[in-house]
Design a protein around this ligand. Structure first.
Ligand SMILES: [Zn+2]
Length: 414
């Protein structure tokens, strides 16, 4: 047994291992037909150049896009917009009046700073009704005007992302700087990367980086023409469509709603077998299940094992962290679910949360394949944010501490 000093030193030194944050051990995202990435083309505001020459050019290549419309702007060319719908493009909602910050002088009389959530809700539904009246289709996807996601001002500011999450399959931003991670992304906050006034040679590096990381690149533009402000160039679109249609490039190009539904289906099918670190909250009965899927493995050798839904734990330098959000403070019994072979059993572990520590010894579970569940102690947790860390209780050179599947926190009394 090492001295208490070395245990303390071990904890102090944990911070330097942050650089070893385990790379996700998730499988590559399964895009259809073995493709490497997805691209969605999207155009905002229902600009005059969108039906023609925009949609007609895309139709030459069989590429379907998403047009986020402000319904009143379509009224000057209903036949054009009917053609857009009839040729298989998606119509999205871009609000009824395009409210943005009052810092835009043109938006001062419809400033988001003067909106409430209820007014926004009514207008979003009215915009959907209006699109349906004009074109016979009801939008399922939304793009935030100006990419802004708030209503109100100062202390009364509120996000309208939850409203978009409730009413739509997805919400897209504007002038974002990273593509969508299909495993991680919040559908109500899809990133939108600008394609206006860019050549294909300027867009290509974004595509190549997204393919490398198996991501979803949602490109956002406005007019579709040969020149002008806020204009996606036809020459760029021609090259992009040809590139995306070349099977050698492994690209799935489809409207935002089509890709969003596909991603949701794949995520649901893989639920429980992916490590997506995130914040944990109590169930309705009040207990909190800290699963390996939600934990953050940190250290040189720790691995998430999807076949076991557990962290494989190899060295004394590894740890797992879980973040929790609690509605109120309380005391919890802590249960641990683990496995270990008889040869590796018996090493000390430490569970810490703030200044509280639970010390224990990893008891034999029967084998690496046999998981056991046992009560290891009690913790008092604060309301709001808490972090729980499980690590080795001492340095050891060879072997493994345990495989860790989950912690369960069960509330004690009231
Ligand atoms: Zn817009």
């Amino acid at each position: 047994m090492k001295s208490l000093f070395s245990i303390t030193a071990c904890i102090v030194n944990l911070s330097i291992f942050l650089v070893f944050t385990a790379a996700a051990q998730n499988p590559e995202f399964p895009w259809p037909e073995g493709k490497k990435m997805a691209i969605s083309l999207s155009f905002d505001d229902a600009r005059a150049s969108n039906p023609s020459p925009g949609a007609t050019l895309l139709n030459e290549y069989g590429v379907k896009a998403t047009f986020y419309v402000v319904p009143a702007s379509m009224e000057r060319d209903i036949p054009g917009w009917e053609m857009v719908v009839d040729t298989g493009h998606e119509i999205g909602n871009h609000s009824l009046y395009h409210p943005c910050s009052g810092n835009f002088v043109w938006s001062r009389n419809k400033a988001l700073e003067d909106y409430t959530l209820e007014r926004m809700r009514k207008e979003l539904i009215a915009a959907n009704d209006e699109v349906e009246r004009l074109l016979g289709v009801r939008p399922e996807v939304f793009a935030y005007p100006c990419g802004l996601t708030y209503v109100g001002k100062g202390e009364r500011t509120q996000s309208y992302v939850p409203l978009i999450s409730e009413l739509f399959l997805s919400g897209r931003g504007w002038k974002d700087e990273a593509p969508v991670d299909p495993y991680y992304a919040d559908m109500a906050q899809l990133t939108g990367m600008e394609m206006d006034n860019k050549s294909f040679e300027e867009i290509l590096p974004l595509i190549e980086a997204a393919a490398e990381n198996r991501q979803w690149l949602v490109l956002a533009g406005h007019e579709t023409n040969t020149e002008g402000n806020q204009t996606t160039y036809l020459s760029m679109l021609r090259k992009l469509c040809a590139y995306a249609n070349d099977p050698a490039n492994g690209i799935w190009i489809a409207p935002v709603g089509t890709v969003a539904k596909y991603v949701n289906e794949k995520r649901a099918a893989m639920e429980g077998n992916l490590n997506i670190p995130g914040i944990s909250r109590p169930s309705e009965e009040g207990s909190i299940n800290l699963t390996a899927e939600k934990g953050k493995g940190i250290g040189p050798d720790i691995k998430y094992m999807p076949e076991w839904n557990a962290f494989g734990w190899f060295t004394a330098k590894d740890r797992v962290e879980w973040d929790l959000d609690l509605p109120k403070k309380g005391t919890y019994e802590v249960w641990m679910e683990w496995s270990v072979s008889d040869e590796e059993a018996g090493k000390p572990f430490l569970l810490t949360s703030g200044d509280q520590t639970i010390e224990g010894v990893v008891k034999p579970s029967g084998s690496w394949e046999t998981f056991q569940k046992t009560k290891i102690g009690k913790l008092s947790l604060e309301a709001d944010f808490n972090r729980i860390i499980v690590a080795s209780g001492e340095e050891f050179e060879d072997g493994a501490l345990m495989d860790l599947k989950a912690l369960t926190l069960v509330p004690v009394g009231k």
